[in-house]
Design a protein around this ligand. Structure first.
Ligand SMILES: *Cc1c(COP(=O)(O)O)cnc(C)c1O
Length: 375
């Protein structure tokens, strides 16, 4: 079965990991520092904190933003469940704003209608790899005193008018799961332009430990002393995996170029076919394309999905509207509340999209889709 996504690991990646295994530090050593500095340098963010997953990164970002009981977090339903569930984990109430049907990105007008004075965070998702309209979303959030979190699990490497993802929101989260644009096996990161948010993010992922004497309540306790003022978790990325991340980050522009070629080949090969709607790119964005989200119209998604799978093409569906998960249904969020997201979900198929995909494989997928829809 041709997978819909997969990692690319080369000999340099393997050598980087082996070198750390032979050294003194398995975790929280020089590779972590170097990886975090490299993420900051690549994206232009002032601070990056690496962590154990994209889910952990979201938990860290919400904690750094100060999300807690009584706060509201507004987000998009067209995402992986963690974007919303990590806000619940901190005691917040989550609500959803509908998406734009062409891009799959949250619709700023719907966000504007959903934010209130209780909103602590507006969380956007760079669905499929293209950056959400953070300029407008920042404006909407900041007007009510909320911060923005950009879930960039799909979009490390993307840019909006020359500004890289990682610099566009108050807090940006990345995932380095194997199907994502680059990998550390499991892993993630939080990036920010704000030193205080960066400090809070670092502390939350480090069990809440305070090691800065100037900030301690009992600074004269002794040289061994560290203290906790706000609880945190151990979300530290091991050095072994940071070394893989550092090596993968050097390859990211190459990954991006190939993903863009695959995207262009799909766009050309699937253009003008009745019953399909192709992804639409926001103007002035440079997207890495983590997914190729094809919409199959006229109620034929399941039929086309099954035909492609039967033909050995490992398609996926991204995503079930988050509030259709029983967790959110049981909190009282009704089906029908974001009609565009529900329609998008009912039509969407993610075609294979990864660095190692060959032109022949892309053409095989295009032929498979053409045959399935009878074009
Ligand atoms: C993959 C993903 C996550 C979670 O990342 P993990 O590293 O798998 O925990 C969060 N949000 C989105 C949009 C994702 O695609």
């Amino acid at each position: 079965m041709l997978p819909y996504g997969r990692q690319s690991i080369n000999e340099d990646d393997i050598a980087a990991v082996a070198e750390v295994l032979r050294g003194d530090w398995l975790t929280t050593g020089p590779a972590v520092t170097a990886f975090e500095e490299a993420i900051a340098a690549y994206t232009g963010a002032t601070k990056a904190v690496s962590c154990t997953s994209g889910t952990a990164a979201l938990h860290i970002a919400y904690a750094a933003a100060g999300v807690g009981p009584g706060d509201k977090v507004v987000t998009t339903p067209m995402t992986f469940v963690a974007t919303a569930s990590c806000a619940l984990a901190l005691g917040a109430e989550v609500s959803f704003a509908d998406i734009d049907l062409e891009t799959g990105l949250v619709d700023p007008a719907a966000l504007e209608a959903a934010v209130t004075q209780d909103t602590k965070v507006v969380a956007a998702v760079d669905y499929a790899g293209q950056p959400a309209d953070m300029d407008r979303i920042n404006e909407i959030a900041h007007r009510v005193g909320a911060l923005t979190v950009e879930d960039a699990a799909h979009s490390i490497g993307s840019a909006d008018r020359g500004r890289k993802v990682g610099t566009l929101a108050d807090l940006t989260t990345f995932s380095f799961f194997p199907t994502k644009n680059m990998t550390t096996a499991e892993g993630g990161a939080v990036a920010t332009m704000d030193a205080e948010l960066g400090r809070r993010a670092h502390q939350f992922h480090f069990i809440g430990l305070e090691r800065d004497r100037a900030r301690m309540r009992y600074p004269d306790e002794g040289p061994w002393h560290q203290e906790v003022h706000e609880w945190g978790l151990n979300y530290r990325l091991p050095d072994v995996l940071a070394a893989l991340g550092l090596s993968q980050l050097k390859r990211l522009d190459e990954f991006k170029a190939r993903r863009q070629q695959v995207f262009a080949r799909y766009q050309e090969g699937l253009a003008g076919i009745d019953g399909l709607a192709l992804p639409v790119q926001r103007p002035d964005t440079d997207a890495i394309w983590h997914l190729y989200p094809l919409r199959v119209l006229d109620g034929r998604r399941r039929e086309v999905f099954d035909a492609l799978r039967a033909g050995g093409i490992g398609v996926q569906v991204n995503y079930l509207p988050v509030y259709w998960h029983p967790l959110f249904e049981d909190l009282g969020i009704k089906r029908g509340s974001c009609p565009n997201a529900e329609q998008y979900y009912s039509e969407e198929i993610s075609l294979p999209m990864f660095y190692g995909l060959t032109d022949d494989q892309v053409d095989q997928v295009i032929d498979g889709v053409r045959t399935a829809v009878g074009a």
